[in-house]
Design a protein around this ligand. Structure first.
Ligand SMILES: [Zn+2]
Length: 620
């Protein structure tokens, strides 16, 4: 007797024997039991998932002498002839070779004739997507209203190529890829029947190589059994199929984790010498690394990987040998390189370079460990940071705000540091109290260079939408009555505060006034603005009628009384304007940045984290 390949010998004969497609078989079996069988079906799915087998089971169910039944007898003439493909009433057509409109017309002419022995005449068209457009059109009418004794079963691997007009006239069933564990389970049964023992790892290779197709799995099994071995090892199967053994992947990942580039290159050399395809090997490596990442992240709960138990245990063990971050990084590098390796003319060189680089990467320090290092640094801080006052002791351990720590370079610049750490709205009382001793350059620097430290709380300027202005009076601030008294002399702080408010509302106008000073004859109702005589251009801009009116309105609301403006030209000489102060502030800011970058604590951060300070930001 000639040898029957497993794919045919082990073809399922009942709905219950179809592996991995219960969503289809149950629906069909129910339809038969309830006598609600459609006249047309489409079975779609990748190769070898049971489409043709199920078409035959359905045909048997409909035509069995016991039927229609969801459990065909398998022994009647109809069942037997359908099983071996010789049934007269079941017409199997290969759509790939019979795809012309003439083929379909011929088929159509046979449709009206009644079946010979069965109940139904069943047309099974495989690869139906290969039919030409006119062939599909020729089929339409028949498909819409076939005689009651006719059923159509179409099978396809590419359902998207089938016209919607066809799809809307038939029932569609999408077949799934069969899971590796389902395939392995079925293979095991077959091997048991044959009296052959196989290692779990050997079955796993077959399951993996079958890639969701039972027919492929059975073909591979045929190949394995051809040698006549009674005990099948993983090594044997791997060799036979030209698959790299799992052991090699484990060895390679270990070399990556243990930073031994030389060993990695040896493995690639060996793989290449044995004639394995490098892109395929690289894909296998990627899958293996993915499994490792999954093992690292999911811990013991990784049975869904569908791998043999020993392999799962090994994955867990190897994943524990390094940090999750390191595994993520290895995977990232290899996956990026795989794209190139697959396309490259020199895949081996690329793979070698990638592995050498990944194996050579330094260990990643876990975030937790970094936190610990920082905390230990924090404990050392009182010794290393000069100039801290005892009252600020607890603050020192607050590493959420490293910039604040850095801004305490020396006792001489205490005011600056405090201002930059505790900078709040200009009206916040704390800002005033902390900046009791302004530094020599006239105010602590800030982003926009505005002398916020000397800005008192602004009186509310409702007309300008300054509803958020804080009416609170800080210590040493001009009281409201003083500020609004007509003719009261204008003081420097009021002037600066006013410009600060102006900068918020009308930045363009404020930048002009910042180049000016005010005459000491100025009062809160008559302000004399002085420009240096070399700056006639700016003075001219301010003297513009519309500009003067705007400014008078603004100042009037600020002081809550009518204000008259006057522009004077004079020799400002060494008198400092706000614009000059801003320059000074920027210079001071640069100095502070330098001081911060060179501070021993920041240096400590750099070495602990292994990074570089790229930007210093002052905390507002
Ligand atoms: Zn039967």
């Amino acid at each position: 007797m000639s040898y029957l390949v497993l794919a045919r010998k082990c073809r399922p004969t009942r709905f219950s024997e179809v592996v991995g497609q219960s969503h289809v078989t149950q629906t069909l079996a129910n339809a038969i039991r309830m006598d609600r069988v459609a006249h047309g079906f489409l079975f779609s799915g990748v190769r070898g998932v049971g489409k043709t087998s199920l078409a035959r089971i359905l045909a048997k169910s409909l035509n069995c002498t016991d039927g229609p039944t969801d459990n065909p007898c398998g022994v009647c003439e109809s069942c037997k002839t359908i099983a071996d493909g010789t049934a007269v009433d079941v017409i199997e057509i290969d759509g790939a070779s019979n795809n012309s409109v003439e083929d379909i017309r011929e088929l159509r002419e046979t449709v009206p004739y009644r079946p010979i022995i069965g109940r139904f005449k069943i047309y099974v068209i495989d690869e139906v997507h290969m039919l030409s457009v006119s062939a599909f059109n020729a089929l339409l009418k028949t498909l819409e209203e076939p005689p009651p004794h006719v059923k159509f079963i179409f099978a396809t691997t590419e359902p998207h190529k089938i016209p919607n007009t066809i799809l809307s006239r038939i029932q569609r069933y999408d077949f799934r890829r069969i899971s590796a564990s389902a395939i392995i389970g079925r293979i095991k049964e077959i091997l048991e029947e044959e009296g052959i023992h196989a290692e779990d790892a050997a079955l796993a290779i077959v399951g993996r190589e079958a890639d969701g197709s039972m027919r492929d799995a059975l073909s591979i099994l045929d190949q394995v059994l051809a040698a006549g071995e009674k005990h099948i090892t993983a090594e044997y199967v791997a060799q036979l199929l030209g698959v790299v053994g799992r052991q090699t992947y484990f060895e390679l990942s270990r070399s990556l984790i243990e930073h031994t580039p030389a060993r990695c290159l040896e493995i690639v050399q060996e793989i290449d010498r044995q004639g394995f395809d490098i892109p395929t090997f690289s894909k296998g490596l990627l899958e293996h690394l993915r499994n490792l990442v999954v093992a690292a992240v999911c811990g013991d709960d990784i049975d869904f990987l569908e791998l043999p138990k020993e392999e799962l245990a090994k994955l867990r063990q190897q994943a524990k040998a390094t940090t999750n971050d390191s595994l993520h990084r290895i995977f990232k590098h290899v996956s990026q390189a795989h794209e190139e390796i697959a396309r490259s003319s020199f895949p081996k060189i690329l793979l070698e370079a990638t592995l050498a680089r990944v194996a050579d990467l330094g260990d990643l320090v876990p975030a937790q460990e970094i936190v610990q290092r920082l905390e230990s640094l924090a404990r050392q801080l009182p010794a290393t940071a000069p100039g801290g006052s005892p009252s600020q002791g607890p603050e020192k351990k607050n590493f959420n705000n490293p910039v604040a720590e850095v801004n305490r370079p020396s006792a001489g610049e205490r005011g600056t540091a405090a201002a930059s750490t505790d900078f709040a709205a200009p009206s916040a009382p704390s800002a005033h109290s902390r900046v009791s001793a302004p530094p020599s350059y006239g105010g602590p620097p800030s982003f926009d260079g505005m002398p916020k430290s000397t800005a008192p709380s602004a009186p509310p300027l409702t007309g300008w939408g300054m509803s958020n202005a804080n009416p609170h009076s800080g210590p040493g601030e001009a009281s409201a009555s003083e500020a609004t008294a007509p003719g009261a002399p204008l003081c420097k702080r009021e002037w600066e505060s006013m410009l600060a408010q102006l900068a918020l509302k009308l930045p363009a106008k404020s930048s002009l006034l910042e180049r000016a000073n005010f005459s000491d004859k100025s009062t809160t109702s008559r302000i004399i603005i002085q420009f240096d005589k070399t700056d006639a251009f700016t003075a001219g801009q301010v003297q513009d009628r519309g500009m003067m009116a705007d400014l008078e309105r603004f100042f009037g609301e600020f002081f809550k009384q009518p204000v008259a403006l006057q522009v004077e030209m004079c020799d400002l000489g060494n008198q400092s304007t706000l614009a000059q102060q801003r320059l000074k502030n920027q210079e001071a800011l640069r100095k502070m940045e330098d001081a911060a970058k060179n501070h021993p604590v920041i240096r400590g951060f750099e070495s602990a984290l292994g990074g570089k300070i790229s930007k210093v930001r002052l905390n507002k």
